[in-house]
Design a protein around this ligand. Structure first.
Ligand code: MN
Length: 498
């Protein structure tokens, strides 16, 4: 337990610490006897996930929910018990994580499908904290992926690359996105990974100075120029990011200007611009490579100044200049915003990146009041859509108010015509029942065609289902009319016209 608190650089109150300790003990008991594929006790997984989460988002409720996130699924403990033990907020987060587990990438690589899946992931979460927990969970699973069978590794890694990494990026959490990408890339495309890695190593060897030496050189230049700074940190380009960039530049590594980048953490925004001037005084800049993301942040909120310069040996490297706050935001995204907001470090609401503002616009609640910031993490991007799942995990995008009937016809018209009932989240439900975000719907088919009535038509919300039902009713009516004619009974037209 002491290790747990040491791993998260945050000062918890005594009350918060007690709650976290209670959750750790609860999880340990609930998961007792369960083992991971690696042979270690299962409870290590939620605990490690909670540490990953806590390091970027040290919110007690979210940490506790992460510690408990696999309990309702993997142990006899129920949702109700969790709620009784830890309250509605935490139990709600755990429930969200469990539901989100149903959103899975299947074989389809169709861009539309993948995009729908990402939307569904966001919409099902309802709360950004649920997404953060799920991402931390996935990151820990990726770090320990070697213990599961190879075919399953590929599946999980694929899903991580297509769904989780882009969402981490969307939330601005660069540190998680980078790690998720590199871990998955190695599994999904092992040959390309090795090739890119070798290329990178070769390129680094050809350079006269390594990252550490550049750090020292820059520090001494800035000191000579009399400008104070917080830190200089070099970084080598990530392998997956290099792989993607190479594709755009005919696989010519000499065209890539940011193989090595030096990050200078400045004391203020003004200093960022001053440092840019000093660098251009000492090193020849590459024309057209100055990018001012402080004046114009990237859509995910990223702020920095980038420039590329020539080394005396004629090699190009990149310099990224940013303040502490900008650096935290680049690594931790929305979590950093919450973090600084919470600690009262100033005008973060004014400095919110565009996409956070967009988030706020998307929801109708006012987020102007700083006290409501956590409340504002609750999201409802797609107010008139719900996303529901087939038992295999395929996503169906339906309008709000859609029923089991709409779902059945959206899968296949035969499924509608032969429907005799449905299970929603494992329970029998009426076909007129309205579906909710994230429901898993299984249609029960009969051998005989269903008795489709006008009521079906009235309940259906989607034009697709209505058209199918109308077609059925028209044919069915013709059938009756035909039989009436065979019996040589008077025409039904009179009644039908009414
Ligand atoms: Mn888990």
């Amino acid at each position: 337990m002491q290790d747990f608190f040491k791993s998260i650089p945050h000062k918890f109150t005594a009350q918060e610490e007690a709650l976290i300790k209670r959750a750790l003990a609860f999880a340990e008991k609930a998961h007792a006897g369960q083992k991971r594929k690696s042979g270690e006790p299962f409870v290590n997984h939620p605990i490690q996930s909670a540490i990953i989460l806590g390091r970027i988002f040290p919110d007690t409720s979210t940490i506790v929910a992460t510690i408990l996130h696999d309990i309702t699924e993997d142990t006899p403990t129920t949702q109700a018990q969790l709620e009784k033990e830890f309250g509605r907020e935490i139990a709600g987060l755990v429930d969200g994580v469990t539901k989100l587990g149903a959103v899975r990438l299947r074989n389809s690589k169709d861009q539309f499908y993948v995009e729908n899946l990402r939307k569904m992931f966001i919409a099902t979460s309802k709360d950004i904290r649920v997404m953060l927990i799920k991402l931390a969970d996935r990151l820990h699973n990726m770090r320990t992926i070697e213990f599961i069978p190879p075919e399953k590794q590929v599946k999980v890694a694929n899903e991580t690359l297509e769904m989780y990494a882009p969402i981490a990026n969307r939330l601005g959490i660069g540190a998680w996105k980078d790690e998720l990408e590199d871990l998955s890339f190695q599994i999904v495309m092992p040959k390309e990974y090795e090739k890119t890695k070798a290329l990178l190593e070769e390129e680094l060897e050809s350079r006269s100075k390594n990252v550490k030496e550049w750090e020292k050189e820059f520090a001494s230049i800035l000191r000579r120029e009399g400008i104070k700074f917080n830190e200089i940190r070099g970084r080598v380009k990530r392998i997956y990011s290099l792989f993607n960039k190479l594709k755009k530049y005919d696989n010519d590594i000499t065209k890539i200007k940011d193989i090595i980048a030096l990050r200078i953490i400045a004391k203020s925004t003004g200093d960022c611009y001053a440092i840019l001037g000093i660098i251009h005084k000492h090193f020849q800049p590459v024309p057209g490579r100055v990018k001012d993301f402080i004046a114009t942040p990237k859509p995910n909120g990223y702020e920095s100044i980038h420039t590329s310069v020539f080394s005396p040996a004629g090699k190009v490297f990149e310099v990224q200049i940013r303040t502490d706050l900008m650096h935290e935001a680049a690594e931790r995204g929305i979590a950093a915003h919450w973090f600084y907001e919470e600690r009262g470090k100033g005008d973060i609401l004014e400095r919110q990146p565009g996409w956070v503002k967009e988030l706020h616009a998307w929801q109708e609640e006012t987020a102007n009041n700083p006290d409501e910031f956590l409340e504002s993490l609750k999201i409802d991007f797609f107010q008139d859509h719900i996303f529901v799942l087939t038992p295999k995990g395929d996503v169906k995008d339906l309008p709000v108010g859609a029923s089991v009937i709409d779902f059945a016809f959206s899968v296949h018209s035969d499924l509608g015509y032969y429907m005799m009932g449905a299970k929603v989240n494992g329970r029998m439900r009426k076909i007129y029942d309205e579906l909710r975000q994230g429901d898993v719907v299984e249609i029960l088919k009969s051998k005989k065609p269903a008795k489709i009535s006008r009521d079906w038509f009235n309940v259906a919300k989607t034009s697709h289902a209505r058209a199918q039902i109308r077609k059925y009713l028209a044919e069915h009516d013709r059938g009756i009319i035909g039989r009436v004619r065979e019996l040589k009974l008077p025409s039904l037209r009179f009644f039908r016209k009414r």
